[in-house]
Design a protein around this ligand. Structure first.
Ligand code: 6PG
Length: 473
């Protein structure tokens, strides 16, 4: 018997993906660099389906039906290249290598093009949902050729999460499109997490609520428009008591957030594409600030306002509104980045389809994604989600509370960079005139960088050092 698909790299994500495939009735070949892992998988879970363990790359490749489908689940970067170098020589034209790691999309483009020359399809695939998702149904974002999706799509859709019967998996676009979209998913994940963290901080320090009380607030929010996996797990974390101290778990965790890089890539890429993603950037910077222990220690005694003025009743509702509005901004920025990436690389990504496959399985799954799907259905070319009827109305309703929350945070000295940058972005887009006109004047003054006028075409320069007449540039 041959395997329909194979998985190499059997750390927790690879192992769970292989089990998911087997549980769905797909015979799956399994391989790991250290064979003990392969053995352990088959011993522990062999009764869940048909596993074909292989000790060597050669045996692994031999055990796959043709065209071969080979899923690589190893660390992004060097380890992925090493595995490709090891397996590609054993493959034949028409075979497929699926990279399910969190690869940088630029690496995926490079690998795809190198393997395409040898007739091998390289399918950079975003997989979201952590260990549980991999086992019970992740959100899957495959890139690569349309031809490879014909052979892989049905399998991947089969093991993905489903929402209203629709699989959380679709062909994103050619070469690096899948990993690009996964990267932005993670950037949005960072922003969403940061906004939730700021909400917690404000409820704690402006409203004076205890973690267990805040958990209840989040549980209530989770029955409304904010319903999402991240809100749900936030309540769980806040309600958790530390066994050692008997106090709230959140109080014994070191307040220095770590990151593996996908959020940073999202911002770096946005800078290259010229897309403003302040919400995601502030989330990355907030983690960075938190980790600068010595800097924070040095600055600890800088003066701040008195925190005597605690927030009044209704504050939690105001925070809910600020969170919803800021979240819309973060997603609008993320989708703008996907739109820009798609245009830059000619991927032709269907934005509504991305919202659709994020409704289940992934870390940012949320009720609200149905609204985003509907917004792109109503207008696939919408320049920003903020102008969609539903979102415009929601933000319009929320804006008073949103401003109050940002003002309260500033007044009480509670950092809320995510809320503040989201509001500033909203007000920037709304503005009739931006002070960018002054920026242009300054640039022209010190560097003769020229400016354009509102009343006629062309580029101009004022002779600032001379008689200040205007000349055509
Ligand atoms: C997912 C997650 C996953 C990973 C994050 C964590 O979609 O399943 O995004 O990919 O857990 O990348 O990222 P940080 O370690 O950078 O927070």
């Amino acid at each position: 018997q041959k395997a329909r698909i194979g998985v190499t790299g059997l750390a927790v994500m690879g192992r769970n993906l292989a089990r998911n495939l087997a549980r769905h009735g797909h015979p799956v070949a399994v391989h790991n660099r250290t064979p003990s892992r392969t053995k352990a998988l088959v011993e522990e879970f062999g009764d869940e389906g048909t596993f074909l363990p292989a000790e060597t790359p050669e045996r692994f490749v031999e055990s796959l039906e043709r065209p071969r489908r080979l899923v690589v689940m190893v660390k992004a970067g060097g380890p992925t290249d090493a595995v490709i170098d090891e397996f590609a020589p054993l493959l034949e034209p028409g075979d497929m290598i699926v990279d399910g790691g969190n690869a940088n999309f630029a690496d995926t483009r490079r690998r795809e093009s190198a393997l395409r020359e040898r007739g091998i399809h390289f399918v950079g695939t975003g997989v979201s949902g952590g260990e549980e998702g991999a086992l019970h149904g992740p959100s899957i974002m495959p890139g690569g050729s349309a031809e490879s999706y014909e052979a892989l799509g049905p399998l991947l859709e089969d093991i993905s999460a489903k929402v209203d019967g629709t699989p959380c998996c679709t062909h994103v676009g050619p070469d690096g499109a899948g990993h690009f979209v996964k990267m932005v998913h993670n950037g949005i994940e960072y922003a969403d997490m940061q906004l939730i963290a700021e909400s917690y901080d404000l409820l704690r320090h402006a409203a004076g609520l205890a973690p267990a009380e805040i958990a209840e607030v989040f549980r209530t929010w989770n029955t409304g428009r904010l319903e999402s996996y991240l809100i749900e797990i936030t309540a769980e974390v806040l309600a958790h008591t530390d066994a050692a101290t008997g106090g709230p778990f959140v109080d014994v965790v070191l307040d220095q957030a770590e990151q593996k890089g996908t959020g940073r890539w999202t911002v770096q890429t946005a800078l290259d594409l010229g897309v403003p993603v302040g919400g995601i950037a502030e989330a990355v910077f907030a983690r960075s600030v938190s980790g600068h222990a010595a800097l924070r220690e040095a600055a600890r005694n800088l003066p701040g306002p008195s925190r005597a003025a605690a927030a009044g009743p209704g504050f939690a509702d105001a925070v809910e509104k600020a969170l919803y509005a800021s979240k819309i901004v973060a997603y609008a920025q993320g989708f703008h980045e996907i739109q820009a990436g798609s245009a830059e690389y000619g991927w032709n990504i269907d934005l509504g389809a991305m919202a659709t496959i994020w409704r289940g399985g992934c870390i940012i799954r949320a009720r609200f994604l149905d609204r985003i799907r509907a917004a792109y259905e109503a207008d696939p070319q919408t320049p920003t989600l903020l102008t969609d009827d539903h979102f415009a109305e929601a933000v319009g309703d929320a804006q008073g509370a949103w401003r109050d929350v940002v003002a309260t945070a500033a007044r009480l000295g509670i950092p809320a960079p995510g809320f503040a940058t989201a509001l500033a972005y909203y007000d920037s887009l709304r503005a009739d005139r931006l002070p960018a006109a002054l920026t242009q004047g300054q640039r022209d003054f010190f560097g003769a960088h020229t400016y354009r006028r509102t009343d006629r075409e062309g580029s101009y320069h004022t002779l600032w050092g001379g008689d200040r007449t205007e000349v055509t540039a």
